[in-house]
Every structure is written in structure tokens, then in C-alpha cells.
Write a protein that binds this ligand. Structure first.
Ligand code: GDP
Ligand code: MG
Length: 450
């Protein structure tokens, strides 16, 4: 996961100061030295680090902090606030034009994730805000780029405007907006061409598009994995085009996080979204405060709740819960529940959002292996309808057949059956307990296999 190294080091550092009943200037000095090293190691721009440390120091040795009842915690609060500020303070919204369509122009280097993000953003706008976007293929230099966007359009069942590779990107953009008006699309997202490096031809072309269509947003898409380079790229694009925001992609990789922590400070433009994977639903609004919390090990409950709300069908979750209570929960239900949890993203990331989870003994070494889940899934899928409904009919030959079908061992099948039975028993007990508590209803969803 992104930020892992930085998070480890910062958490270790703040842990030392956290419980202190008295904090001296020397303590602050030591802490900021370690924070400084951690940030540099995470590939944060050195000027950015210098300013950051200066601000933290100034605020941390303030009388009010030092003489408060909980100086350690106050110091950490300062670090968190400054970290939040560094990434952009309040989360910024996406523009809405007075007269539709709102035009968004996506720019960036080749391979940064422009085309993918164009699709993701359109998906998000429709899903979350009920908008009807149109995608525009203005990368005319590679036929494959147009095909790629058209494929995304098909997957999303959304229109893609294209004039092939012969037309001029400015004409494409103009005509697309005309058509969007006629067809009442409220957003137009223009996927532009990229180059391997920043060059003047590219900038000229982008500037021409900009001056012709006056976009409401110009989003620079940058690959978080490229570290310091991403910051330099952001700086030059911003100088030429006066960006309105940045989308950081590939934050699902093991980037050290330096780009996320430097871009706002260097360009003064907010990171608006973060790409968390290749799939079309893996784009998230970037919340600096939540990210700071996550980095400092304070968890990110809000994002966890939002993820659950976005991905879990509440009605089905309630039905499943009822089934658990009445012990009529079958393997089919189990599969469905697994799907709901899986749609929330990799388990490891979810764990990272639980406050203090990283400190839980043992949890750190447990492999939250999504493969394990697919093994379980394969086993259940190899069961017949009858077996899924009533596992008690399972005998040796059935188990053997299931194991073979799933490509797993019989002992794995046995283990799953045992776990399932134990889970059902537990559910029964728990629902018994809950019935005792009047008026209290359980939560909408559970994680039986965690
Ligand atoms: P473009 O040249 O800027 O249009 O870049 P593309 O949209 O074609 O993306 C380049 C590659 O990066 C593709 O393989 C994408 O699937 C991948 N990609 C884009 N965004 C993300 C992301 O957030 N996470 C991961 N893991 N891969 C991404
Ligand atoms: Mg592209």
C-alpha cells in the first residue's frame, strides 16, 4: 500500500511523544528530526520538507501546547494538521458550469493514466452525482488511444465522441461540445494526447484546446509512482496551463507517497482524486485530512463507512443479516456476502482504515491474502445447489468431488465446512444475545470470515 514506509516511521516517532506528560523543546527537536528524515525518505521534495518542519516546530513549542495537560497529544495534533494542510486542507469539489455542459480537460504525460481516469471520472460523476457525461477522444496520434477510450465507453455504456485520427484536436473538442449541448450531456471529459516528456508541441496543442473551449476544469493526471518526477511534471504543466486540479494515479501501488505530499505545496493546486487501481470504479475523492489520519495510524473510519455505503446493497445486507439470525444462512448467501466485501477493495486496504489496526498484535503479520478468498470462492462454486443449501449432506465422496472441482485439497474443503458451521453457531448465539437487548439492532453487515 502507498505510504506504508512513511506511515510506519511517523507512527513510531509520534508514539514516543504521545503519552508524555511533559514535552521539552529537546523532545520536539528530536521528533521533528525523525519526521524530517521520514519525509525525505518518502521522496517528499526537500524544500517542502524544510517548510513543513519549520511550521511544526514553531507551533509545537508554543506555550499553549507545551503547557497543556496533554502536550504529547497536542504536538501530534499539530503534526496532523500540518500534514493535512500540506496535502491541500479542505477537500475541493468538482466544478459545475453555469450553463451545461461542464467541460473537463484531462492532461498529462503518456502512461500517466489519462484515458483510464477519463473513464473512471465519468463513471464516478454518473454514479455519485447522477450526471450524464460524454467522453471525447482527442488523442489523435495513436489509433489505439481512441480504441481504448471507445472500449471504456462501451463498458460504461456511455457515448464517446471521436472524429478518428485525421481531425484536429481543437475541432474535435469544439464539435464534441456542440453535440453534447444538443444531446443534453451535462459533462464533457476530453482525453488529450500525452508525450513521454513535457515538450513545447504538446503544450502548444493543449493551450490551443484550452483557449478554444475554455474548460471549467483542467485536471493533470500524474502517476504517483514516479515520485519527484511527478512533482516536476506538475510544476511545468501548471505553469503552462494553469491547472485547476491534480489526479494522482496508481496510489494502490507501493509508492512512497512523496508526490502526494509535495504537489500541493509546489503547484498550489489541490489533488482532487486518487486512482486506486485499474478498474473503472477505482477512483476516489482525495481527502487530505483522512489521508493524514491514515498515515499517522489514526485510521480513516469515514472512508471505510463511505466505501461500505457505496458498495454494499443495504437491503440485501439486511436480508442476509436476518438469515444469519434465523440460522438459515447458506453457502450461497456466504458467497454473496463475500462479493459485497470484495467489492470494497483489497482486504489489506480496508484493514488500514481501521484506527489502531496496524498496532493490533499479530495483525501486522497476518497476510490479508485476497487469494485465500478466491480459494474459498472456488470451493463454494464447486458445490451443487443442494450442497450449498444444506452442507450437512456432505459426505466423503462429495468432498472429494468438490476439492477436485476447485483445484484445492480435501482438507481445505473440510476446514471451510468447519468454519462455516462455527460461524453459524456463533451467529445464532449472537442473535440470541442481541434479542435480549431491547431496541438495539445490529449493524447492516458483518464480516464472517475475518
Ligand atoms: P494515458 O497514456 O495517460 O492515457 O494512460 P492510460 O490511461 O492508458 O493508463 C496507463 C496504464 O496505467 C494502464 O495500464 C492503466 O490500466 C494503468 N492505470 C491507470 N490508472 C491506474 C491506477 O490508479 N492504478 C493502477 N494500478 N493502474 C492504473
Ligand atoms: Mg491515453
Amino acid at each position: 500500500m502507498a505510504f506504508e514506509g512513511l506511515a510506519d516511521r511517523l507512527q513510531h516517532t509520534i508514539q514516543k511523544i504521545k503519552g508524555k506528560g511533559k514535552v521539552t523543546e529537546q523532545d520536539v527537536k528530536e521528533m521533528t528530526r525523525e519526521v524530517r528524515l521520514a519525509l525525505l525518505e518518502a521522496d517528499v521534495n526537500f524544500k517542502v520538507v524544510k517548510d513543513f518542519i519549520k511550521r511544526v516546530k514553531e507551533r509545537a513549542v508554543d506555550q499553549e501546547v507545551m503547557e497543556s495537560l496533554t502536550p504529547g497529544q497536542q504536538v501530534i495534533k499539530v503534526v496532523k494538521e500540518e500534514l493535512t494542510d500540506l496535502m491541500g486542507g479542505d477537500q475541493s469539489k468538482i466544478a459545475v458550469a453555469d450553463r451545461p455542459p461542464t467541460v473537463i480537460m484531462m492532461v498529462g504525460l503518456q502512461g500517466a493514466g489519462k484515458t483510464t481516469t477519463t473513464g473512471k471520472l465519468a463513471n464516478l460523476l454518473r454514479k455519485k452525482y447522477n450526471k450524464q457525461p460524454m467522453l471525447v477522444a482527442a488523442d489523435v496520434y495513436r489509433p489505439a488511444a481512441i480504441n481504448q477510450l471507445e472500449t471504456l465507453g462501451k463498458q460504461l455504456d456511455m457515448p464517446v465522441f471521436s472524429l478518428g485520427t485525421e481531425a484536429n484536436p481543437v475541432d474535435i473538442a469544439n464539435q464534441a461540445i456542440e453535440q453534447a449541448k444538443n444531446e443534453h450531456h451535462d459533462y464533457v471529459i476530453i482525453d488529450t494526447a500525452g508525450r513521454l516528456h513535457v515538450d513545447s508541441d504538446l503544450m502548444d496543442e493543449l493551450q490551443q484546446i484550452k483557449s478554444n473551449v475554455t474548460p471549467d476544469e483542467i485536471f493533470l493526471v500524474v502517476d504517483a509512482m514516479t515520485g519527484q518526477d511527478a512533482v516536476n511534471v506538475a510544476d511545468s504543466f501548471n505553469e503552462q496551463l494553469d491547472l485547476t486540479g491534480v489526479v494522482l494515479t496508481k496510489l494502490d501501488g507501493d509508492t512512497r507517497g512523496g508526490a502526494a505530499l509535495s504537489i500541493k505545496a509546489v503547484t498550489d493546486k489541490p489533488i482532487k482524486f486518487a486512482g486506486m487501481g485499474e478498474k473503472l470504479d477505482e477512483l476516489e475523492a482525495f481527502h487530505p485530512e483522512r489521508m493524514a489520519s491514515r498515515i499517522l495510524g489514526m485510521g480513516d473510519v469515514l472512508s471505510l463507512i463511505e466505501k461500505a455505503q457505496d458498495n454494499v446493497d443495504e437491503k440485501r445486507a439486511k436480508e442476509l443479516e436476518e438469515k444469519m439470525r434465523s440460522a438459515s444462512f447458506t453457502f450461497d448467501d456466504f458467497l454473496e456476502q463475500m462479493d459485497q466485501v470484495k467489492s470494497m477493495g483489497p482486504l489489506e486496504d480496508l484493514i488500514g482504515m481501521i484506527p489502531g489496526a496496524n498496532k493490533m498484535k499479530g495483525l501486522k503479520n497476518v497476510q490479508f491474502d485476497d487469494k485465500q478468498l478466491s480459494h474459498v470462492e472456488a470451493i463454494i462454486q464447486s458445490m451443487t445447489k443442494a450442497e450449498r443449501q444444506d452442507p450437512s449432506i456432505m459426505n466423503a465422496s462429495r468432498k472429494k468431488r468438490i476439492a477436485q472441482g476447485a483445484g484445492r485439497s480435501v482438507s481445505e474443503v473440510n476446514r471451510l465446512l468447519k468454519q462455516f458451521n462455527e460461524m453459524k453457531k456463533m451467529m445464532k448465539q449472537m442473535s440470541g444475545m442481541q434479542k435480549g437487548k431491547k431496541g438495539k439492532k445490529g449493524k447492516g453487515f458483518n464480516f464472517p470470515f475475518m
